[in-house]
Each structure stands twice: as C-alpha cells, then as structure tokens.
Design a protein around this ligand. Structure first.
Ligand code: SF4
Length: 309
C-alpha cells in the first residue's frame, strides 16, 4: 500500500489504550481550542473554538473505505487530530458513516472542551468509545495546563462532561495528564477524586508527558506520584516510554517512518524496533532521518524524538 498521498487516514499505529488504531483526522493540522503546555505538537498555531465543516464527510469516508482494503489487522478506528477533532462540524455524520464501513469500534480522542455544547454531545453519542481529557480541577489549573481559548470556562467544560456522561451509552475513558508542580499535588488528587465521583465513566488513565512538550519547563512527575494518583483514583497508569507494534503497509522503510511521524512523533527506540521488526537496518534509517531538514529532532529525556516540521 502506498499511503503517502492519503489526506485523512493513517496507521494502524499502536495506541497505549486501545491496541492498533487506524486514525482519521477531520481537522487541519494544529487546529485546537487549547494550547496545552505538554502538547507534543508544540504550541497551537490555529487557535479557534468555532466548529467548521473543514472537509467533506463523503471524501473522508471514501478514503477510509479504500484504505481499509489494504489494512490486515486493526482494533479500532479513531477520530483524532493534530488538534481537537470535535471542532469538525459533521462529526456525527462522519461517525455514522464509519460505522457503515467497518464493524470495529469507533473512538474519539478529545480534550472534551466542547462537551458543553449540545451539538457536540449529540455527535459523540454516536461513537463506541469517547476518551476526554480532564487535566484541571479549577479555573486556575485549567488556564495553567490547558491554556484554553479565551471564552472557554472550566465550570462549563466540567458541567458538559458530567452531562455527557449521564446520557452516553458507550465507553467513557477519562485521561488525566499530570504535569509536575501544576496538577500533581495532594490537593489536586483530592479534587480529581471529588470530580470523578460526579461522572459516570468506565476507566480513568493517569498519564504523564513522555514526548517533547510545547513548553520546555514542563516536567514529568515522579513515578511514585503517578502511581499514587493511579491508586488513589482507581485508575491505570500509562507512564511507559515506548510503544511497540507500529506498522505500515508502505514497503520502503524510510517512507514508512515518514508516513508515521507525519502524524505521530516517534522516538529513536520506537523507530529502531519498528525497523527491526520489518527486517530493515535501523542505523541507516535513523541516519537519513537525522540528515533530513523536513524533520525536527528533539532531545528529551535522554533520547531523540523525530517529528515532521
Ligand atoms: S488539546 Fe491536545 S492537541 Fe490541543 S493543545 Fe492540548 S494536547 Fe495539543
């Protein structure tokens, strides 16, 4: 499969929570209503809170249908973005359309900001699995960690999440991203516990930044703090450094890596194990990546992460 020319669909990529995921991006790159300090995409370039029909639903569905013909194995189709997928007006139609193409579950990874809008809650009702973020426990921590679009208020977002959780029939998995010194105190732990008590959800994941963040001052909490949150909130800790099982139908090793890092940054260990699993030469590919000016090489946590500029 030569998939470099696909506009919306990519993968499968391993997801730490869901297995092998075929991704669809229904929004232009770097379009978000938050600019999280830990964002692995860097600072948000197109900050907006207006839902728009950025792309044609029919066009995305045709592309997905064609793409899936060549994908042998995957567990889930995930709506995700280089930004926030609920900003796409037409999300409900897109999810309904995907469900006609595949029997696999449809998931949406969202920051959850727009859950205060009924149209967004209605659209998300169509998904089998919704994974909203919940990184803040009050307006101050919200502004510090998520840096939302000016008119978005923490109370409205949390009320939207509570409302959605009461009506939603699918699986709701919450993710809390902990940032050292910003939302990882004992006070925060108690506040999160109180908030989770008001939501109907299936799982909560405790995460920490493992890829280069938007702001260099962002630090990962100590492992024991992450574990304490996981225990205290009866959640799962997903503080692992690498993800395995990246896969691509593209034959050429270098182009296969390019097609993945165009959507999903990979660190040197992930690239090595990916290339080895295909019987290729990791050193050769890493050398070419290192020399390519289209690729950002970011040092973080003692290893290099590769990301498209
Ligand atoms: S919500 Fe996601 S895409 Fe948007 S800034 Fe935060 S981490 Fe980045």
């Amino acid at each position: 499969m030569e998939s470099l020319h696909y506009n919306y669909v990519y993968g499968p990529v391993p997801s730490r929570r869901m297995g092998l995921s075929v991704g669809i991006e229904p929004i232009p790159a770097d379009t978000c209503n938050y600019s999280c300090v830990y964002c692995q995409l860097g600072r948000t370039r197109h900050m907006t809170n207006e839902r728009k029909p950025f792309f044609e639903v029919g066009e995305m569905l045709s592309e997905l249908e064609m793409y899936l013909k060549d994908v042998k194995e995957y567990d889930v189709v995930t709506l995700v973005g280089d930004g926030e997928p609920t900003l796409f007006k037409g999300l409900g139609d897109l999810i309904r359309g995907i469900k006609k193409i595949t029997d696999k579950p449809v998931a949406v990874i969202t920051n959850g900001a727009l859950l205060y809008e009924k149209s967004v809650r209605d659209d998300l009702m169509e998904a089998h699995l919704v994974l909203p973020s919940l990184d803040a426990y009050d307006e101050k921590s919200f502004k510090a960690v998520n840096r939302p679009y000016g008119t978005i208020r923490f109370d409205d977002v949390f009320d939207g999440l509570k409302e959605f959780s009461r009506q939603y029939k699918g699986q709701l998995w919450i993710e809390i991203m902990l940032v050292k010194g910003m939302n990882d105190s004992q006070y925060a732990l108690e506040a999160f516990r109180g908030m989770l008590g008001q939501i109907k959800y299936e799982k909560v994941f405790i995460n920490a930044p493992v890829r280069p963040p938007a702001e260099s001052y962002v630090e990962t909490p100590e492992d024991d703090v992450i574990e304490e949150f996981a225990r205290g909130l009866k959640g799962y800790s997903i503080n692992h450094l690498t993800e395995s099982e990246f896969s691509s139908g593209i034959k050429d090793d270098f182009n296969a890596v390019l097609s993945i890092i165009g959507r999903h940054p990979m660190n040197q260990h992930e690239i090595s194990s990916f290339i080895k699993s295909r019987g290729g030469d990791p050193e050769e590919v890493l050398g070419r990546l290192g020399a390519d000016e289209k690729i950002d090489k970011l040092e973080y946590k003692g290893y290099v992460t590769y990301r498209m500029k």
